[in-house]
Design a protein around this ligand. Structure first.
Ligand SMILES: Nc1ncnc2c1ncn2[C@@H]1O[C@H](COP(=O)(O)OP(=O)(O)OP(=O)(O)O)[C@@H](O)[C@H]1O
Ligand SMILES: [Mg+2]
Length: 344
């Protein structure tokens, strides 16, 4: 995932502008080909073994997306969602699967101002990057449903080692990108209970959410889910934090509540925008309930030690993928956007 801020990178790595034409977001990297710097070594620490980012790029997986546990060669050719084409969509409301929350319009301008994917908008480099990322996740979800990958591959935890690495940015963009799929609908869960920001990012009103449904059996999680005018996009607020969030997530009721989010459906993806793994415990508790975890690694910010520590705490999840965020270069030279006439 390249840096999509509207200002160019600064510092020694800033790329010189190309003559005559502005450099692309990735080209602004400055021509560095040292991928190890994606995961900065800890200060004053001896260089550690690199994490599995480079091998993925060499294997042809998108540079910004590392899937160390994903062996594409081992997968059968058919990787579709199976019955997804005939699976009931939200408007079909399959039995026991009715979302009953309120419906809201999403302000496209608000999305645009935050540099997020704009539904119905032009093809951009950002859109292209998330198209590639979601494809990897959908493949694993399909494999999971076919019994070829860990259970609950349709539940995706988005987390990071430390605060501010781009979890919400990536979760929301991923949700917007997945919602655009013809045969998939997405439920974006605000699971950063200490600092929920999905609702404000999407411009949605607050209300009861996951924690309320976990804490009180009288609260049906279906009633808390917000519908949006973006086809296929639904949002579950965090709800009211109690101080016992991690214990709630570890309770038996969590299994029941999460099962209700996807019961009787085959084309629904649930994305959890969670808290930093090294700063709060809910992410590692949630890792036990998901089939995929995407660890956002902020280029030039996340230390390798922090990343290793975080991945260790997510051991409850069998399939951990790394998403390199805000990179200023592409070691392979991959560059999106210009093919579709995207202009910065
Ligand atoms: N690839 C990117 N391009 C442009 N801006 C980005 C990118 N990734 C993150 N940002 C911006 O960086 C800021 C921090 O990102 P975000 O809020 O998603 O991080 P976070 O990991 O969710 O933080 P927290 O731990 O506080 O929840 C936001 O303003 C976001 O828009
Ligand atoms: Mg966040």
């Amino acid at each position: 995932m390249t840096d999509h801020r509207r200002f160019p990178p600064t510092g020694p790595d800033a790329a010189p502008p190309r003559r005559g034409k502005r450099a692309s977001l990735i080209e602004r990297a400055g021509g560095s080909d040292d991928w190890r710097r994606l995961v900065a070594p800890p200060v004053d620490a001896p260089p550690a073994e690199p994490v599995a980012v480079a091998p993925v790029a060499e294997a042809g997986v998108p540079v910004s997306f590392a899937a160390p546990a994903f062996d594409t060669a081992a997968l059968p050719a058919a990787r579709d969602f199976g019955a997804v084409a005939s699976a009931p969509r939200f408007d079909g409301l399959p039995a026991g699967q009715t979302f009953r929350g309120t419906f809201h319009l999403i302000d496209r301008k608000h999305l645009r101002e935050q540099g997020l994917i704009e539904p119905e908008g032009p093809v951009t480099a950002l859109l292209e990057e998330f198209r590639i990322i979601k494809r990897q996740l959908l493949l694993t979800a399909a494999d999971s449903q076919a019994g070829r990958a860990a259970r609950h591959g349709e539940r995706i935890l988005v987390c990071s080692a430390l605060p501010g690495e781009g979890k919400t940015f990536c979760s929301v963009n991923l949700a917007l990108s997945l919602a655009a799929e013809k045969d998939t609908e997405v439920l974006l869960v605000d699971a950063d209970f200490a600092k929920p920001s999905v609702l404000s990012t999407l411009g949605l009103p607050g209300g009861p959410g996951l924690l309320d449904a976990l804490a009180d059996p009288r609260v049906a999680v279906e009633d808390c889910i917000l519908g949006t005018d973006i086809p296929g996009l639904f949002v579950l607020p965090a709800g009211n934090a109690s101080g016992a969030d991690t214990e709630l997530l570890a309770s038996a009721r969590t299994v029941q509540v999460l099962d209700r989010l996807t019961a009787n459906t085959r084309g629904r993806i649930v994305i959890f925008d969670s808290s930093p793994v090294l700063a709060a415990s809910p992410a590692s508790a949630l890792a036990l309930h998901v089939g995929q975890a995407v660890v956002v690694v902020r280029a030039d910010m996340t230390s390798e030690a922090a990343l290793r520590d975080a991945v260790g705490l997510l051991s409850g999840c069998e399939d951990i993928k790394l998403l390199l965020n805000a990179a200023h270069f592409s070691p392979s030279g991959r560059r999106f956007g210009t093919y579709y006439g995207y202009k910065e």
